[in-house]
Every structure is written in C-alpha cells, then in structure tokens.
Design a protein around this ligand. Structure first.
Ligand code: SME
Length: 150
C-alpha cells in the first residue's frame, strides 16, 4: 500500500472531474483558508481566475468560509456579496470543506447559466466536501497552513 494521495492532488483531480462531467459547472476551484485569506489550491475551467487570494471578508467565497455555510446564488448580479470574476458568470455555489468545527476551505463553482445549482447539486457537493475535509484533516501540508476554527 502506497502513501495516500496528497490533498493538493486530490483537489486537482476533483476540480477536473467535476468540470468535465457536469456541463453546468463552468469553472471549479478549491480554496483553502490560510490565516485571514483564502488561497486557490486547485482549479479547472476555460480560463484562470485573477482571484488566487481572497480575504475572508470578501466575496461569496469569504462569506462561505467565515460562516461555514453554503452560498447558493441563482443570480450573482443580484447578490451584493458577489465578487466578480468571469463576466459570463450568472450563478455560483460555494460549499465549505469543514469537519469537527474547523473550516479548511471550500469548493467554488461558477456557472454561465442562471440558477444552475439545484438541491441535488448542493447535496452532492456536500458529500464531495465531506471527503475532502477528511483528507484535509489527514494531510500534513494542509494542517501546517490551513483552516479556521469556528
Ligand atoms: N465570485 C467569487 C470570487 C471567486 S471567482 O468566482 C473564481 C466570490 O464572490 O467570492
């Protein structure tokens, strides 16, 4: 039995797989909390984001990481928390990667469709994040930098 895949590699595989398999997931990223900000650890999509670091007090991403709650926004143009990234983005979901009172980070997904994310997406992504949280908690690199106690 080999060593477990590092969190960073797992996060990259998850982003690429989600982006490829779900046409309404236009851009998929994993951010981790490092101190007072989020840092982009993995992503997949048609283009890179300029937001490789996001303060915890900014954007839907900061909101989800600081509250530990899911942000599921059907129309980003109508949400004052939204921090613009891609002009084509219409809806966005951010799901915390959290476990045992600790928020490690989140999955952030942008969609070019309005109201792209259903209750099924939300449930599915929570299950994916539960696996990522388990692996974050077990990863030395993540433990060294990451997480925020709620
Ligand atoms: N829209 C996000 C910023 C990150 S990009 O979507 C990749 C937000 O409101 O936090």
């Amino acid at each position: 039995a080999g060593r477990q895949t590092r969190f960073r590699e797992l996060a990259q595989a998850v982003c690429s797989r989600l982006c490829r398999e779900f046409p309404h997931y236009s851009w998929v990223g994993v951010y981790l909390v490092e101190g007072d900000r989020l840092k982009l650890w993995a992503w997949d999509g048609p283009e890179p984001t300029q937001h490789v670091e996001i303060p915890l007090n900014a954007g839907l991403c900061g909101w989800a990481a600081s509250t530990g709650q899911v942000a599921n926004v059907p129309d980003v143009r109508k949400d004052p928390r939204y921090l613009q990234c891609f002009v084509s983005c219409r809806s966005e979901i951010v799901v915390p990667i959290a476990r045992d009172g600790k928020v490690y980070g989140e999955i952030d997904i942008d969609s070019d469709r309005l109201a792209a994310f259903s209750a099924d997406d939300e449930q599915f992504l929570k299950a994916v994040c539960a696996i990522l949280a388990e692996r974050a908690a077990a990863d030395a690199e993540v433990r060294a930098v990451g997480g925020r106690t709620t």
